[in-house]
Design a protein around this ligand. Structure first.
Ligand SMILES: Cc1cc2nc3c(=O)[nH]c(=O)nc-3n(C[C@H](O)[C@H](O)[C@H](O)COP(=O)(O)OP(=O)(O)OC[C@H]3O[C@@H](n4cnc5c(N)ncnc54)[C@H](O)[C@@H]3O)c2cc1C
Length: 416
């Protein structure tokens, strides 16, 4: 089988790259082992949230002043990174993923514990908070679903009250959820979301929510609505009489899974081949060029392409693997940036910056990988597999993934 581009990894970066290539008429395949970081996503996409521990208010204008050499944004140039970021909302809109936020000004998102974190874009489900120290409501009704343990109402109330918002906590129940309660492990976000795919169930939930809300100005609910698209979210927002503030819950992330499903749908509608549940386990590289790959499921079938994109994620997705004495990229064995001394990989102080977080694949300024310093001319890397950025310390994870993926797609499209 022959493609223009084969993308290895179907998380945020692999999908974004594949969609952009397919939109320009390229014949692409995405091969992905399985779950990605999107299944754990907060529902917000960070571009640059912190510099030296301080919140970034204006990421576009701040980036140029602070971005260190070698950082993925620096490799493409800060101006270009901001340019690409500016088109992301429209890119998402084309697949039905609605986001709020702007590259000119960060907003705040609410974490599962009710803490505020700066971010760039948030899915339309979520309330965009302008002021870190003040919520837009004097009183809210926090409502859980009876028996759901992954939504921490008391923590949320505690943190909201510190910001001067009075909270009441209640829970509602529906007969449709009875079967989930027979086993506590079934009472998880994705299963709840499946039940709420039924519009009638959402309407009945809304009635109970309205009844519980009392004199609150808004209701705070777990983000367990809208698994395959955002219809349940929109229906609930319509039927609940007060503004709805969804708060992310302990993973799996329903809004994150939905985003992955909608991106995958868009890629396939554009004619892309998506091989889910398959793993690239072999590659032929000769004279600095990747010729072909093979996968676990397709056995001896050879998959050829002019270009390959490594979008296999970081340690979390096994795009990087830590051995006792070294960190490697396991598929092609391309050059990685990592300290040779294991003792330097981590900081024993858990909340300090962890060096291993910025380990990853080394690329040139065209995002091409290398082995032993020799460029592989048609093997690009994008997303969390890249080195020289720290998604936690900078709050830049999804930004780097999306922006490097779209940039790599453009490099391939414009390749002579
Ligand atoms: C738990 C978690 C939560 C996060 N939450 C957020 C958030 O809320 N907001 C934010 O801005 N950032 C977040 N991040 C940062 C995150 O890294 C990026 O947001 C982004 O989603 C990473 O996308 P990616 O496609 O590069 O990698 P991944 O999402 O890790 O996807 C890589 C994919 O490659 C596949 N793969 C690996 N090896 C192979 C192979 N050999 N063959 C085929 N497939 C393979 C994996 O199965 C996986 O599906 C989070 C990161 C983690 C780890």
């Amino acid at each position: 089988m022959k493609f223009d581009t084969i993308i290895i990894g179907g998380g945020l970066s692999g999908l974004a790259c594949g969609i952009k290539l397919a939109e320009s008429g390229k014949r692409c395949a995405i091969i992905s082992t399985g779950q990605s970081a999107l299944h754990f996503c907060s529902g917000s996409f960070d571009f640059l949230g912190y510099v030296n521990g301080f919140d970034v208010e204006t990421p576009a204008s701040t980036l140029e002043k602070v971005i260190p050499q070698g950082h993925p944004y620096a490799l493409m140039g800060a101006k270009r990174a901001v340019e690409v970021a500016a088109v992301v909302p429209e890119f998402f809109a084309r697949m039905g993923v609605k986001v709020n936020g702007s590259i000119e000004r960060n907003h705040y998102r609410i974490t599962p514990l009710g803490i505020m974190k700066p971010t760039w874009l948030s899915l339309d489900d979520f309330t965009v908070i302008a002021d870190k120290n003040k919520l837009p409501w004097a009183k809210v009704s926090i409502q859980n679903i009876e028996g759901f343990l992954d939504f921490h109402t008391a923590f949320i109330a505690d943190n909201f009250e510190k910001m001067g918002t009075t909270c009441t906590i209640t829970a509602f129940n529906l007969p449709e959820l009875k079967h989930l309660r027979t086993n506590p492990t079934e009472m998880r976000s994705a299963n709840l979301a499946k039940t709420f795919e039924n519009v009638d169930v959402v309407k009945r939930a809304a009635e109970l929510i309205n009844r519980n809300a009392g004199d609150a100005e808004a209701v705070v609910l777990p983000a367990v609505f809208g698994l395959f698209d955002d219809k349940a979210v929109q229906e609930l927002k319509r039927a609940v009489k007060l503004p709805v503030c969804f708060v992310p819950v302990i993973p799996p992330s329903v809004p994150g899974i939905r985003t992955q499903i909608m991106m995958r749908r868009r890629f396939q509608e554009l004619g892309g081949t998506y091989l889910l549940g398959d793993t690239v386990n072999d590659a032929v590289v000769a004279d600095g060029v990747v010729k072909s790959v093979k996968t676990a499921n397709l056995g001896d079938t050879v998959l050829e392409a002019d270009n390959f994109v490594l979008a296999t994620g970081s340690f979390f997705s096994h795009g990087l693997v830590a051995h006792p004495d070294k960190v490697v990229e396991p598929l092609f064995g391309v050059d990685v940036k990592a300290d040779a001394d294991r003792d330097n990989w981590y900081n024993s102080s858990l909340f300090e910056e962890q060096p291993y977080m910025s380990y990853g694949v080394i690329v040139d300024d065209s995002f091409r990988t290398a082995t032993g310093g020799n460029t592989i001319s048609n093997l690009y890397a994008a997303g969390a597999v890249l080195s020289s950025f720290n998604p936690i310390k900078e709050a830049s994870g999804a930004g780097v993934s999306l922006i490097t993926a779209l940039h790599v797609a453009d490099l391939i499209i414009n390749k002579k």
